[in-house]
Design a protein around this ligand. Structure first.
Ligand code: ZN
Ligand code: ZN
Length: 231
């Protein structure tokens, strides 16, 4: 392996590294300075030539930048990745993003983008949550509590123990649903099961969209909400 080695002189520059001294003779090691960050360290002649793109820290950073480069320009919901923004707590790779919902530029971690389902900046997420709660409030004042619909076990306001199903004088069962202060008749049935089914069907139509949207856009809130209702 000991072929004619290139003679390395003090003051020479290899890639981003400048030789500023000879650290030791046997084995030969050089003191070099990284021209990218200014750091000085010692290395062998072989490694100096092989890894001349920067000091170990700068090269480690290059590796991370390369790893996340493919995500630049990609969209995660409303968030467009503009580029690598350094490293945060515990070395987490940070991404600079543009929130297309509000136009704000934010910094978040790549892992949050890739694994948490984040779709907007925190500010938009908050506003979206308030909008959701607002809709929810309207639904409650409209006469039907979404959570009560979700957990159908509790019910006290009807003659049958099933929300939206009442027993008529004729002995038949009538199904109905309240939506925004109006009662909507859903038919009368000989069997209570049919009335319950009719009511369920209507719930799906009226609230299905909202619930699906709320669950998808606020999974944590939804879990907390349902969790607290179940207890
Ligand atoms: Zn460096
Ligand atoms: Zn936003």
């Amino acid at each position: 392996m000991r072929q004619k080695q290139r003679k390395i002189e003090i003051g020479e520059i290899y890639g981003s590294l400048k030789v500023i001294g000879i650290f030791q003779d046997k084995p030969r090691k050089y003191t070099v300075q990284c021209l990218r960050c200014g750091k000085t360290y010692t290395t062998s002649g072989q490694n100096l030539l092989k890894y001349s793109s920067g000091c170990p820290d700068c090269r480690a950073r290059d590796t991370i930048v390369d790893r996340y480069k493919p995500y630049t320009g990609k969209r995660f919901g409303y968030l467009e990745v503009l580029g690598f923004a350094g490293q945060g707590v515990r070395g987490a790779a940070l991404a600079r993003c543009l929130c297309h919902k509000c136009g704000r530029e934010i910094v978040t971690t790549y892992s949050r983008l890739l694994y948490s389902g984040i779709k907007t900046c925190a500010q938009c997420a908050k506003e979206n949550l308030y909008a959701g709660l607002d809709i929810h409030k309207k639904l409650i004042t409209g006469g039907t509590d979404v959570a009560a619909i979700h957990n159908r076990k509790t019910n006290s306001n009807s003659t049958t123990g099933h929300k939206g199903v009442s027993k008529m004088k004729s002995g038949r069962y009538r199904a109905y649903i309240y939506f925004r202060r109006h009662q909507y008749h859903l038919g009368s049935y000989d069997e209570i099961e049919d009335a319950i089914e009719a009511r369920k069907e209507a719930e799906k139509k009226v609230f299905g969209g909202f619930l699906e949207w709320y669950k998808a856009s606020h999974p944590d809130e939804w879990k907390r909400y349902i969790g607290s209702r179940d207890k």
